[in-house]
Each structure stands twice: as structure tokens, then as C-alpha cells.
Design a protein around this ligand. Structure first.
Ligand code: SAM
Ligand code: SF4
Ligand code: SF4
Length: 338
């Protein structure tokens, strides 16, 4: 298979594709899908507007021919599509694709881990913002206990999946969980990554004062642990990684706000209804669903995707100011895919 290496206006290659498989979720995290907005009356995408698995596979295959090596399935909550292993099987058969990952809140992971692994999934990133049930409930506005998520993690490890845990940290929301989370996952030998709270979407009421930066978290952890920096493994690695002295355990930071990393951003996104976005903060996406549903050839589909990446100049996080935060009309993360 011939791979054409695509580069954007700043020389950034197209290497990663995040595919959102649904805009629905069984949680209502306050920083992502607050229930005041995503309540009973919220209108989610109708089923016929979602890409089916054949359509996703076809688009993914073209992206791989254009240089994508890693695909990550996300949402909304991707495990709400119960037949997800079928999609993973299809993606796994794409020649040239090196890695398939999944980002999930893990409520359904315990049940599905074995099937996901058998279908070809390699890694899961589990989102967990607290160990304490009260804090957890106050964040995601459900009654699911944290032990369900922790069991999902154990089942994923048992099934042979690589597991990392992601924790969004927000001032006043879960500051007190920073150290207990580090201790728990260090002892389990699972990498925990702290994610700075971001201004995605229009509904989470973000402002700079609510962000707990990498520096602040690192300072807090340094009171309890000796941390030494680890070199990045590859271009575009998002997390800044540290090793706990004397162990093989690592901790990481995703510093989208305090130390943005747009200059090495190699990620494209495909929303559940088939729009291709070149940035998490993009305002518009190219409607690939409309294109593929109008009986185009693969060549025509490729010709639609190539110029969109080649014209790409996105670097929102590098340019973030009070003004851009206020004035940019942004798309919700549950829609564009986290
Ligand atoms: N539902 C899945 C989950 O939570 O893992 C997948 C989709 S979720 C949108 C993907 C990731 O985005 C999660 O780790 C979540 O914590 C993160 N996220 C959502 N809103 C965020 C925000 N405002 N700032 C930083 N991270 C956010
Ligand atoms: Fe759902 Fe994930 Fe958003 Fe939480 S972060 S509301 S689990 S999509
Ligand atoms: Fe990539 Fe856009 Fe995030 Fe910058 S702001 S790292 S360009 S997704």
C-alpha cells in the first residue's frame, strides 16, 4: 500500500486520528456535559446521522493511506455502542495501522474488556477524576461508585490491555484527590496523567482561574514523591512524563493550557456524524459523511481530505487569550470527540 505523507502549513504530519463513535454519554461530567445543558430535552444526533461501521472503516482506511498510524476511539462514551468490538475488528484489519486505543469512563469496561481485546484493541485510557465516591458523584452527576471504574480497570488489565488513567483537575472540584490518586495508581503500576481543565465547548463556564497547572500539581506531588523527568518517546507525544524514583511507575501531565503543544500536534478528529476537524477547537469541519453518501470513489474522497490537512494552520492553545476564550464559538467535546 502506498502511503502519501501529508503535512500541514507548519510541517506537521497527519499521524493520529480520533474517531468519535457517539455524542451520547452515561455520565454528565460538569466540565464536559453539564446536566443543565445536556438534560432530558437535549437533542442528540439521530441514529441515521451517525456513521455506520462500514463508513468509519472506509474513511479510516483513507486516513491510514495518508499517514495515520494510530486511531483512538472516543465520544461521548464510546462503549455505549455495544457492538464496538465489531468496529475494532474492521479497523484492526487495515494494512499500515499500528495502534488502536480507546478512551472511556470505564462504566461498561468490565463487561466488554475481553471482547475488545479479542477484536484487536491494544490500549485503553480510563478517565477517572477521583477515588472518593462523593467527589466522583459531584463531578459526573450519577450514582455510579468508583469501584465500578476500578473493577473495569482490573478487568482490562486481566484481558491484556494496556491501561492509563486520565484525571481532569479543576480548582475546587477535585484538588484534594491529586495525591490519593497518585498513591493508588503508583502502587498499582498504572500511569496516571493529570489533564489541565480546558476551555472546550460553550457550556463548562471555563476561566483561567479554575485551572490547576502542571507546575502546581508537580509541586504538590513533590512533597510526597521523588520525580524525575522521562524523555518523550516520539514526536507529538502529548504527556510530559515523570518516573517515581526507584520504581517503574510513571506519572504524566497534559498541559494543554500552561505549556501548549500545538507545534507538534499531529491529530485529526472525525465526529460521530462524519465531520473531519483539524483541531479540538476548530469551528468548522469537512462533512465526509455527505461526501461518502454521495457515491464518490476512494480517489475523490482522498482528494477532499488532502487539501483540508494541507491548509491547516490551527494552533488554538498556543494563541489562547482571554479574548479567544470569550469570543471563539467552540464545539462541545462530547461532539467533536475528546
Ligand atoms: N467519555 C469518555 C471519557 O470520559 O473517557 C471519552 C470522551 S471524553 C470527552 C475524553 C476525555 O476528555 C476525558 O478524559 C475527559 O476527562 C476529557 N475532557 C472532557 N472535557 C474536558 C475539559 N473541559 N478539559 C479537559 N479535559 C476534558
Ligand atoms: Fe461523558 Fe467523558 Fe464527557 Fe464525562 S468526559 S461527560 S464521561 S464524554
Ligand atoms: Fe492540536 Fe488544536 Fe490542541 Fe493545538 S489546540 S494541540 S492544534 S488540537
Amino acid at each position: 500500500m502506498e502511503i502519501k505523507r501529508l503535512e500541514d502549513k507548519f510541517g506537521r504530519p497527519l499521524q493520529d486520528l480520533r474517531i468519535s463513535v457517539t455524542d451520547r454519554c452515561n455520565f454528565r461530567c460538569s466540565y464536559c456535559m453539564p446536566r443543565e445543558i445536556f438534560g432530558k430535552d437535549y437533542v442528540f444526533m439521530p441514529k441515521d446521522q451517525l456513521l455506520n461501521f462500514e463508513e468509519i472503516e472506509r474513511i479510516a482506511r483513507i486516513f491510514v493511506q495518508l499517514g495515520v498510524k494510530k486511531i483512538r476511539l472516543t465520544g461521548g462514551e464510546p462503549l455505549l455502542r455495544r457492538d464496538l468490538p465489531e468496529l475494532i475488528g474492521k479497523l484492526n484489519a487495515i494494512d499500515g495501522l499500528e495502534d488502536i486505543g480507546l478512551t472511556t469512563n470505564a462504566v461498561l469496561l468490565g463487561k466488554m474488556a475481553k471482547d475488545l481485546k479479542a477484536a484487536g484493541l491494544k490500549r485503553v485510557n480510563v478517565s477517572l477524576d477521583a477515588l472518593n465516591d462523593e467527589v466522583f458523584h459531584s463531578i459526573n452527576d450519577t450514582a455510579v461508585p468508583t469501584k465500578v471504574v476500578l473493577k473495569g480497570i482490573d478487568k482490562a488489565i486481566e484481558a491484556g490491555l494496556g491501561v492509563k488513567v486520565n484525571m481532569v483537575v479543576k480548582k475546587g472540584m477535585n484538588d484534594q484527590e491529586i495525591v490519593p490518586m497518585a498513591k493508588y495508581f503508583k502502587d498499582k503500576g498504572i500511569t496516571l496523567r493529570y489533564i489541565e481543565f480546558m476551555d472546550v465547548g460553550q457550556s463548562n463556564g471555563w476561566d483561567f482561574s479554575q485551572v490547576i497547572t502542571k507546575k502546581e500539581i508537580h509541586n504538590e506531588l513533590s512533597k510526597y514523591f521523588e520525580l524525575s523527568p522521562v524523555d518523550p518517546d516520539y514526536l507529538g507525544e502529548v504527556a510530559k512524563r515523570y518516573n517515581y524514583a526507584g520504581t517503574k511507575s510513571e506519572v504524566g501531565f497534559i498541559t494543554s493550557v500552561s505549556e501548549s503543544f500545538c507545534s507538534t500536534c499531529t491529530r485529526a478528529r472525525l465526529s460521530a456524524d462524519g465531520k473531519f476537524f483539524t483541531c479540538l477547537f476548530a469551528v468548522e469541519g469537512l462533512d465526509l459523511k455527505e461526501i461518502i453518501r454521495s457515491s464518490v470513489t476512494d480517489k475523490e474522497l482522498t482528494e477532499a481530505i488532502v487539501p483540508t490537512w494541507e491548509k491547516r494552520t490551527d494552533r488554538y492553545s498556543d494563541e489562547r487569550t482571554e479574548e479567544t476564550v470569550k469570543n471563539r464559538k467552540k464545539i462541545e467535546m462530547s461532539y467533536i470527540g475528546g
